[in-house]
Write a protein that binds this ligand. Structure first.
Ligand SMILES: NC(=O)c1ccc[n+]([C@@H]2O[C@H](COP(=O)([O-])OP(=O)(O)OC[C@H]3O[C@@H](n4cnc5c(N)ncnc54)[C@H](O)[C@@H]3O)[C@@H](O)[C@H]2O)c1
Length: 313
């Protein structure tokens, strides 16, 4: 099996590539190297991937480049490329969300369609497609009602995957990730920011009163779910991928205190628009059809992320 990982220089795509090559697979990594956050982080990810002979990097934009010569070489695509971040999706930058989440996915699917080859696509969707739901834990059958422009674009991309599957038989699977964390986490994400502040003895800003809850998922569990989705015959299906527990932001700070031995100074600020109150994944379907079982608990995962950030700050 040869794999294409789109978004290979990013947080999740980078870790997925690493695990694939360590398993002995051949991987083509594609990334446009967008400047959403410090490019040096992405270049660093790439540098370590390029030490593996089985990894080949192609700098390419899914929206503008000819993808067919790349797709001809692979059997399965892990489509992690996209424009993440809830806050940035309001206002002027929305065009990036349209482009990198919707257009990029449509172009990838069209290119596969034109090749008439059976290439599986595992799409990185998001719990943000649910919005503020009353159903906690949330199952895949809950009505999607995104609460942010970001969530709306991820839902549109997910629909594209499903409709190319039913119309053209492209075997697509969508995985709805619930807040991903661990070493390599994006610098705009909460745990990354909290740990950096702790290490630099700076105050931690909590947006809201800290009672909002999240289902946090360790990055290697996300990778495991991708591998299972690629292996199993689950074409056309959509799965929640969560970490197995629902924890408030305040609770995460006390876990961080235990893990780091450092006491945070906390500043509370008004919540941001688009941030949902609670998320919690019902992962029964993933358990049943994929055999998915999250393996890393929050304390252990945060310990590993803390260790990683200690090395860079
Ligand atoms: N991190 C999370 O908690 C989380 C949660 C739910 C869903 N997701 C989804 O998972 C995916 C990966 O997230 P991440 O946190 O690793 O983000 P990331 O920003 O670190 O990685 C995404 C990568 O995609 C690349 N990219 C963007 N547009 C592209 C294009 N047009 N062509 C080629 N490459 C392009 C970027 O350069 C970047 O390296 C995203 O689709 C995101 O929406 C992430």
């Amino acid at each position: 099996m040869a794999y294409l990982v789109t978004g290979c220089a990013g947080f999740i795509g980078g870790r997925l590539c690493e695990i694939l090559v360590q398993r002995g697979n051949f991987v083509i990594g594609l990334d446009a190297l967008t400047d959403y956050y410090d490019l040096r982080i992405k270049q660093n990810n790439l540098r370590s991937l390029q030490t593996y002979e089985r990894f080949r990097f192609i700098q390419s934009d899914l929206v503008t480049n000819d993808l067919k010569p790349i797709l001809e070489q692979v059997d399965c695509v892990f489509h992690t490329a996209g424009q993440p971040g809830v806050r940035g999706s309001w206002g002027e930058q929305f065009h990036l969300y349209l482009r990198n989440n919707i257009q990029a996915t449509q172009r990838l699917l069209e290119s596969i369609k034109s090749l008439h080859r059976n290439i599986k696509v595992v799409f990185s969707s998001s719990s943000s497609i649910y919005g503020n739901t009353d159903q906690l834990p949330t199952s895949e059958t809950a009505l999607p009602r995104p609460y942010s422009p970001y969530g709306a674009t991820k839902l549109a991309a997910e629909h594209l995957c499903s409709l190319y599957c039913v119309n053209y038989g492209i075997p697509t699977v969508s995985l709805r990730y619930f807040t991903v964390y661990g070493p390599g986490q994006r610098p705009d994400m909460a745990f990354h920011i909290f740990i950096k502040a702790l290490l630099q003895n700076a105050p931690i800003k909590i947006l809201g009163d800290g009672s909002q809850t999240r289902d946090f998922t360790y990055v290697d569990d996300i990778v495991a779910a991708n591998l299972l989705a690629a292996e199993k015959s689950v074409e056309g299906e959509i799965f929640n991928i969560g970490g197995g527990s629902r924890v408030s932001l305040r609770e995460t700070l006390s876990i961080l205190e235990t893990v780091s031995g450092l006491t945070p100074t906390i500043h509370y600020e008004p919540p941001t628009k688009g941030d949902v109150r609670d998320t919690s994944a019902d992962t029964n379907k993933a358990r049943r059809l994929l055999g998915y079982e999250p393996k890393t608990g929050l304390e252990e995962g945060l310990r590993r992320q803390f260790g990683w950030e200690k090395g860079i700050y």
